[in-house]
Design a protein around this ligand. Structure first.
Ligand code: UD1
Length: 362
């Protein structure tokens, strides 16, 4: 019988990571089962990514929805334990650093099921970030750690994780990007929004540290309103951020200043818009990588990043609410940087994951 591999996905950033791995493993003699935990459930946060990336419909949707961290993680664990008991997978593959990732790793490890982690080894060294806790716990439990960059290898080594568990495969997000790149010109997202290529900035914010504190959010909004006169801004708003902006009436302030507020964008329009942007302002993880790959300056609204290679080799700079405006001015005063391709950020990462699994089976 073919071995059964279960992929566990749940939140928006998981989907572009899983798509290439599902496709590459689909060509191997394995049975695959795709689980969606339901952590994200809006069409714009979930289903549309499946359609655009050609991901098959999930075989199972656990429907856990939103909730506190404990409740959300527990609901995923409870449902997965039942599923794994029923299906007895040979391997579970988990992605990134969301609550669904750590929940799956905890359940599978206690059941003695082998686990592989795509995007292992990233560390912000900031334990106030829920994702940092998820990353640490997930990596310590996984049997196969697929890392995107040398800094990730070094982090795992420093934590005493045996090197036999670690294989550097590169950045899986670039596989998804290369998959849809040929379709991006036809998408013409900038033109549809009446924006000129190279003449606008793109903003995304959703981290609790930025959006859950009303004062912090107001400072960011003030900077964005002033920056709008230097560079037109497009801001696709995450549901968490939408709630926080509305509660403080800050959405009105942004709209009055001319900032273009949009619903969350799906993968293709977002990448089309990003590719032609002059600047990105974000607290997303993936965007720090994509801007580096595309040669677009990125101001990351965080005190740290688990993706330091995007600073040391790429186009990323950390910023703060108070420093944002000055950093935007500096960035606009500089020439546009060139695209940077760290080793193995080349669209062939999923193939290296499959090669690694075959090598490990001997
Ligand atoms: C989660 C991940 C974060 C990732 C982000 C991308 C964790 C700890 N965090 O954060 O790492 O960068 O996804 O989006 O796993 N909501 C909706 N519709 C949805 C999903 C969420 O309206 O489809 C709203 C709900 O009010 C929910 C809130 O957004 O309470 C936050 O959702 P949640 O899944 O808890 O975390 P994110 O902030 O999305």
């Amino acid at each position: 019988m073919a071995p059964l591999v279960v992929h566990v996905t749940g939140a928006r950033p998981n989907f572009p990571k899983a798509a290439p791995v599902l496709a590459a493993l689909g060509e191997q003699p394995v049975e695959q089962l795709l689980v969606h935990t339901g952590q994200h459930y809006d069409d714009k946060m979930s289903d549309v990514f499946f359609r655009q990336l050609g991901i098959p419909k999930p075989d199972v949707n656990l429907g856990v929805g939103s909730g506190s961290h404990g409740r959300q993680t527990a609901k995923v664990m409870e449902a997965l334990e039942e599923l794994f008991e029923d299906r007895r997978p040979d391997m579970v593959i988990v992605y990134g650093d969301v609550n669904s990732t750590v929940a799956a790793a905890l359940v599978a490890s206690k059941m003695g099921i082998a686990i592989a982690h795509v995007e292992a080894g990233l560390r912000s060294f900031d334990m106030t970030m829920p994702e940092e806790i998820n990353r640490l716990v997930t990596d310590v439990l996984c049997d196969v750690l697929w890392t995107p960059s040398p800094d990730a290898d070094a982090n795992l080594a420093a934590e005493g994780i045996p090197s036999v568990r670690v294989t550097r495969v590169g950045n899986i997000m670039m596989d998804s990007f290369e998959l849809i790149r040929p379709q991006l010109d036809a998408e013409a997202a900038a033109a549809r929004l009446n924006m000129k290529a190279g003449g606008y900035g793109i903003v995304t914010l959703h981290r609790p540290a930025n959006v859950d504190d009303a004062q912090q959010l107001a400072t960011i909004v003030d900077a964005l309103c002033t920056a709008q006169s230097l560079l037109p801004l497009v801001f696709p708003v995450h549901p968490r951020t939408r709630q926080r902006l509305a509660a403080a009436h800050l959405d009105e302030r942004l709209a009055q200043a001319g900032v273009l507020l949009l619903e969350p964008l799906s993968y293709k329009p977002f990448m089309s818009l990003l590719k032609d942007a002059r600047l990105a302002i974000t607290d997303s993880g993936g965007l720090q990588e994509e801007t580096t790959y595309l040669g677009i300056p990125c101001l990351t609204m965080r005190e740290n990043t688990e993706r330091p290679i995007t600073i040391s080799e790429g186009t990323n700079r950390l910023t703060s609410p108070a420093g944002l405006l000055a950093d935007i001015r500096t960035s606009l005063g500089n020439d546009a940087p060139r695209p940077v391709r760290p080793q193995y950020w080349d669209g062939a990462t999923a193939g290296r994951c499959v090669d690694d699994l075959r090598a490990r089976r001997g």
